[in-house]
Design a protein around this ligand. Sequence first.
Ligand code: HEC
Length: 123
Amino acid sequence: MSKNNLRYSVQTLAVGVFIATSFLVGGCDTDQSRELTPQQQLLRSGKELFSQKCASCHGARGSGMGSRNGPALNGENYRYGNEREAVLKSIHDGREDGMPAFSSVLTQTQTEALTEYVLYLQR
Ligand code: HEC
């Protein structure tokens, strides 16, 4: 290979790497601005599940205005505590005065998504 040829290949390679890198970086940037963070995705699916499985008792957005007997969840005075652990347990195992257990109905991920949404309602 002549000296010129070698220089040409190195230049081509450098340009190629530059284009590939900017394409990758650019691609990542647009993805991030368009897509939801994992946290937002969890909240969104929690919200959806809540309206399907919980709102009949607890009301839309946990207002406590459901057609059945669920207490409001949009405040900070939870009977069993407001921490993540307590909320997760309420959903998973149920509570004595009418809160059904959802462990056999929901996956772990769904339970976590709902917990995330309930914690969000408290604020
Ligand atoms: C059949 C009606 C009903 C459904 C459906 C229901 N709940 Fe409940 N929930 C209740 C009642 C009643 C209580 C109060 C239980 C108690 O005080 O022992 C309660 C309590 C709770 C608590 C504890 C509140 C506190 O004060 O500590 C949480 C959290 C909760 N529910 C979340 C949910 C979520 C999330 C769903 C949907 C997966 C759901 N509930 C579905 C009736 C319901």
